[in-house]
Design a protein around this ligand. Structure first.
Ligand SMILES: [Zn+2]
Ligand SMILES: [Zn+2]
Length: 144
């Protein structure tokens, strides 16, 4: 059910990744950390086998006790979030070269969404409390 490995990169190309999306689905995280990290809406795909192919410019921000965020130190692109224990990785949907068949299916931390936009996609929406209950391991308001 996993996908083939796909290429992903930052805006300037100094950081290149490969990862295997787990399915065709993309999701929004509306938590306040993801909003600031992305500078807007954070849309990602859950991936296996996240590998940094070219990473001299890769920065890794230690954003919480359980998560860290990868970005490009040259161009500033937000690239991925991964659990420090290696159990879960998500890659920014737009970092991938292709988007064929991708469907936006979920919005988490929905009650943290700012009021100035609302997506028209038919998504499964979970509040902060529902999100935390769904993802065991996260104990406070942001997944980090
Ligand atoms: Zn870059
Ligand atoms: Zn988030």
């Amino acid at each position: 059910m996993g996908h083939a490995v796909m290429n992903a990169r930052c805006l300037c190309g100094a950081v290149e990744l490969t990862a295997a999306p787990e399915n065709d689905e993309a999701g929004v995280c509306h938590c306040t950390m993801c909003q600031r990290w992305a500078g807007g809406i954070s849309i990602t795909r859950a991936c296996a086998d996240l590998t940094v192919v070219k990473g001299d410019a890769l920065g890794v921000y230690d954003s919480s006790q359980w998560g860290e965020r990868g970005f490009c130190r040259e161009c500033g692109s937000s690239l991925f979030w991964r659990a420090k224990d290696g159990t879960h990785s998500v890659v920014a949907v737009a970092a991938f070269d292709g988007h064929d068949g991708v469907r936006l299916t979920s919005e988490i931390f929905y009650d943290c969404k700012p009021g100035y936009y609302a997506l028209a996609n038919d998504t499964k929406k979970m509040t902060e409390a529902e999100t935390i209950a769904f993802f065991t391991g996260a104990q406070d308001g942001n997944h980090g």
